[in-house]
Design a protein around this ligand. Structure first.
Ligand SMILES: [Zn+2]
Length: 308
């Protein structure tokens, strides 16, 4: 593992987009950010956000969606900034599990199907699903909740694929990661606490992994959590990224911009530096990320699924 950012690749971010962002969030205060759009979407917030990306030459963004129609509106505004912007409109979670803040919930599969139909009617670019909890940053190796069961995960991915959509899945933990890969998920988001079996399955699959190192790495030194715990969680993640790269798994750059301590625009550049630290050679990582993004751009659009 390298400990310093390679300056010669700093400018290369201009060629990479960000495959995991949340326009609705501001990197500072989730509640305040969402509150702004409660009555109606505030275009100015979106304009400010896109200016941060445009100014850095970042021209591809994939959002995770929200329940306030912010990413839906962002899609209309993006072309004026020369930005290709893809959104699932909203994320889908199982009621009683994590995901309420970014989308809508279902109880039975018929309701899930209805949400997928809604994405199709409103021209969403892909389906985003939530299959596990969040990282508990106060302890190493712990998630905030158990994820969904294997059958539910398989059915969710199958239905989306049948409707011609690619699937982006918020997933952490060994069991859930193995389940989504087996079900043929298109992109695996976060992927905290994977083991070697997960990395091997990933390498043998067509799944693209978007590790989002920034939320954990950027919190180091902020005083909100124990830095030793954060460093350990990040080290596990970096080691898995290194192994994934070595085994030829597909990887893409995604900062989770909008999450706490991950600003729009600048956050993408920082994410690239973290990803390159995880690689023995910065150039090798850059090539992998370019390939991964190419694949995400191709698959995560309407009709993209048929061409996998
Ligand atoms: Zn996210």
């Amino acid at each position: 593992m390298r400990t310093q950012m390679d300056p010669e690749f700093k400018t290369e971010v201009k060629k990479l987009g960000d495959c995991h962002i949340h326009v609705i969030m501001d990197g500072e205060n989730y509640r305040n950010a969402v509150e702004k759009h409660r009555e109606a979407v505030v275009d100015d917030v979106i304009h400010q956000c896109f200016l941060e990306y445009q100014g850095r030459g970042i021209s591809f963004l994939r959002d995770g969606g929200d329940s306030y129609h912010v990413s839906e509106r962002a899609r209309e505004l993006a072309p004026a900034y020369g930005i290709t912007y893809r959104t699932p409109l909203f994320a889908i979670h199982k009621k009683g599990h994590y995901g309420g803040i970014v989308g809508y919930g279902f109880e039975h599969m018929s309701e899930y199907q209805a949400l997928v139909d809604q994405v199709r009617r409103k021209n969403g670019d892909f389906i985003k699903i939530m299959v596990s909890g969040l990282i508990d940053f106060s302890k190493v190796g712990v998630l905030t909740e158990e994820g969904l069961d294997r059958d539910t995960i398989r059915e969710m991915i199958r239905i989306a694929h049948e409707e011609g959509f690619s699937v982006m899945a918020h997933t952490n933990g060994v069991r859930n990661v193995l389940d989504v890969i087996e079900a043929g998920v298109d992109s695996l988001e976060h992927g905290a606490f994977m083991n070697e079996e997960c990395i091997q399955a990933l390498a043998e699959s067509k799944t693209i992994w978007v590790p989002t190192l920034s939320p954990c790495q950027n919190m180091i030194g902020c005083g909100r959590f124990d830095d030793g715990v954060l460093r350990e969680i990040a080290a596990i993640h970096m080691e898995n990224i290194r192994m994934a790269l070595e085994r030829g798994a597909m990887l893409a750059l995604g900062s989770d911009a909008g999450a706490w301590q991950v600003p729009h625009g600048k956050g993408t550049e920082t994410e690239l530096s973290w990803m390159q630290m995880a690689a023995p050679k910065a150039k090798q990582m850059m090539t992998a990320l370019q390939e991964g993004e190419r694949e995400i751009r191709r698959r995560f659009q309407r009709g993209g699924r048929e061409r996998v």
